[in-house]
Write a protein that binds this ligand. Sequence first.
Ligand code: FE2
Ligand code: FE2
Length: 274
Amino acid sequence: MRIIFLGDVVGHKGRECLKYVLPGLVREKNISYVVANGENAAGGSGINLKCARELYDSGVDAITMGDHLWRQKEVIHLLENDPAFFRPFNYPPGTPGNGFGCIQKDGLPPLGVINIQGRTFMAPLENPFNGIESAVDCLRQRTNLIIVDMHAEATSEKIAMGWLLDGKVTLVVGTHTHVQTGDERILPYGTGYLTDAGFCGPHESVIGREIEPVIAGFKTLRPYRFPVATGDVRLQGVMIDVDEASGQCRSIERISRKLEDVVGTQAHSTDTDR
Ligand SMILES: [Fe+2]
Ligand SMILES: [Fe+2]
């Protein structure tokens, strides 16, 4: 059984990329489940109902989040009502929504999903290394197939989480930096691991945003608006092949596909909700 995890979907170009690239990829690779990080889906910051719907319509089965969780006010509806929508597990007690849970499609075993957020160079949520094993134990009562999205800045935090969860989950994959790393591997007890999945969106950019305003911001230290860029749109993530019975990862492969290679060079949408 194969599963795809997609890195942060950024803005309208990221959503458009999923719409045009993902269905073909799912057919071509015979994918059973798709999980995507949606923390940048709406205008590059946060997610709203329309953008979540677009991701699901493109073939995403579960959405994870990160530090942009609260940027769109409609997120509360997703947190309170959508069983396939996950925010970082280690937000303080009482935070609405779920940090982990199971999704299930007809004819397939359930898939456990856990979203966690690192603390190095990020808001100090609860310690992600505490409590994670009890979340895993809880999910393992229903399934051996568990995907962990570790949303973090520091590579060391993500790598440590991979080792902590080796043999307990199917995949530990990092998000947040928007830069795909080349360190995919299968850890000794069968957990697939990749430090960062990259991002789905415009790569002629500074991690998804127009280049010039970001440079101007660094030069002047003044606040600038950082519009989502438009060029060189790519879908990035990771695909794993999984042994359903054990939940172990049999193979792991990075994905990076150019939208242009799938649909040509014309503009694809007039959507102004960047
Ligand atoms: Fe993030
Ligand atoms: Fe992000």
